[in-house]
Design a protein around this ligand. Structure first.
Ligand code: PLP
Length: 357
């Protein structure tokens, strides 16, 4: 039975990407060898890495002066690499906007290196909104924010004008909408939400940001190592990079992020309007900050839970249980999830209303 996969991460990718990736596991580039049994320094794999980097540049319009890297350790390793490379050894200070669990983890790691200042936090209301109108101190070495709050379902619809370098964790909404890369000094994202399988982490970094901290940095944690070696200092996660390249090709072929943004707006509109209309549900995030990627909602009357759960499972829907810190439901609508899959969930919600009513 066809599944409607709403998993929060790892998550759905385009079916054609799964097919192409499986083919390459058996016979890559007609070499009669698997993608994962050849040298990462072979010309065939070097071409994959180069193509993946170029696709990121083309799709996002990355300006000159930035490097595109595929690293390991997930987005979570970036939480410590960023202060290690960017926070000054002497009187180092960085500013963080705390909008959820991931943002909070990033902020805590920075405290190991220097002053980790919180400009604003939405923890007071269980991270259900995006704080606005905060000031970023000018003596910060950088400002860090998280574009999409994967767990609580909020999303920054605009980014602040700041006088210090701006770094953004875009793990759960990269390639889902248009962004102006030049607004940021660094963007990073774990692959496993909108790009590919877990294992690779995309980093887009302005070269001039580096070499200013005065710290001695171990080679593997130093961005300059990976820039100099074009993400090949050590063995890259070849399968994740290859599959990410396939997803990026799919995106480019389909007219890129402006097309994707339109589809994502349509999916979000479809689901949120049902959450708002249906008297049996309510959304948990502040309306103006609602995420187009992760929609969090609750039943007004928990006693209907077993009936509702049985109904969506019956319809082939998977992965909509909410994160343990919020409860209820979280429907993750990443790029590869179709409008038809969202319609399937909306149909179940309507049918549930009819049954209960
Ligand atoms: C999933 C996620 C992370 C963690 O990614 P890992 O690759 O598992 O370390 C970090 N930030 C955000 C916003 C996420 O959604």
């Amino acid at each position: 039975m066809m599944k409607h996969n709403y998993s929060a991460g790892p998550c759905i990718l385009p079916q054609e990407v799964f097919k192409q990736a499986s083919d390459a596991l058996l016979n890559f580039d007609n070499l009669d060898l698997s993608l994962i049994e050849i040298s990462h320094r072979s010309k065939n794999f070097v071409a994959v890495m180069d193509n993946a980097v170029q696709l990121v540049k083309d799709i996002l319009g990355v300006p000159a002066g930035y490097s595109v890297l595929f690293l390991q350790g997930g987005a979570s390793l970036q939480f410590c690499m960023i202060p290690f490379n960017m926070m000054k050894l002497k009187d180092g200070k960085a500013s963080y906007l705390v909008t959820g669990t991931w943002a909070s983890n990033a902020q805590k790691e920075a405290a190991l290196f220097g002053e980790s200042h919180i400009v604003a936090s939405s923890k007071d209301k269980n991270f259900s909104y995006i704080p606005k109108g905060y000031a970023v101190p000018e003596d910060s070495n950088y400002f860090h924010c998280t574009s999409n709050n994967t767990i609580f379902g909020t999303q920054m619809k605009a980014f602040p004008e700041v006088s210090v370098p701006m770094i953004c964790d875009m793990s759960s909404d990269i390639f889902s909408r248009r962004i102006d890369v030049s607004q940021f000094d660094m963007i990073y994202a774990g692959a496993q939400k909108n790009m590919g399988p877990a294992g690779a982490t995309l980093v887009i970094i302005k070269d001039e940001l580096l070499g200013k901290s005065g710290r001695a940095i171990p080679s593997m944690l130093d961005y300059r190592t990976h820039i100099d070696k074009e993400s090949m200092y050590n063995t890259p996660p070849v399968f994740s990079v290859y599959t990410s390249m396939l997803t990026l090709e799919w995106l480019k072929k389909n007219r890129g992020v402006s097309w994707m943004e339109g589809v994502n707006n349509q999916k979000a509109e479809l689901l949120y309007s049902e959450i708002d209309r249906n008297p049996l549900f309510h959304g948990t995030a502040a309306t103006e900050d609602r995420s187009n990627m992760n929609a969090c909602f609750l039943l007004n009357d928990e006693s209907g839970k077993d009936v509702f759960d049985a109904m969506w499972k019956e319809a082939g829907i998977v992965g909509i249980n909410g994160h343990r810190s919020v409860g209820g439901y979280r429907a993750s609508m990443y790029n590869a999830l179709t409008v038809d899959s969202v319609q399937a969930l909306v149909d179940v919600m309507r049918e549930f209303e009819r049954k209960q009513g």
